[in-house]
Design a protein around this ligand. Structure first.
Ligand SMILES: [Zn+2]
Length: 118
């Protein structure tokens, strides 16, 4: 840091002991920028803190592709997983009903599962 700056008796409000949020942008040295981040943001004014985000359809589409890794958690994939889970629940419920009926009719013993144990 600049020695003369401290010798002049001026306080440095945003010095090393400042408790606020720091900018996390990667510098050319590979370290974090460490400048004070802008209020409510994670970046300083030099590293996109002033940005209000993508606005154009082109920019929003680019963001979408940047943040999509494999698509297993897209809305469509989640809806499909829910649909399959529901089918599974329905099939298992039907099997339970069939089992109950077969046991009640006497075609299946109460401990029929024991016969298939290894
Ligand atoms: Zn920065």
């Amino acid at each position: 840091m600049h020695e003369a700056f401290f010798e002049a008796g001026k306080g440095w409000e945003l010095g090393p002991d400042w408790p606020g949020a720091r900018c996390g942008a990667k510098t050319r040295q590979g370290t974090h920028c460490q400048n004070p981040a802008m209020r409510g943001k994670a970046r300083c004014r030099n590293h996109g803190g002033k940005s209000t985000g993508a606005k154009t359809a082109e920019g929003l589409a680019k963001l979408e592709t940047l943040h999509l890794k494999h698509g297993r958690f897209t809305k469509a994939a989640k809806a499909e997983a829910k649909r399959r889970a529901q089918i599974g629940r329905e099939i298992r419920a039907e099997l339970r009903d069939i089992e109950k009926e077969a046991i009640a009719a006497g075609t299946l013993g109460k401990d029929w599962r024991e016969m298939f144990k290894p």
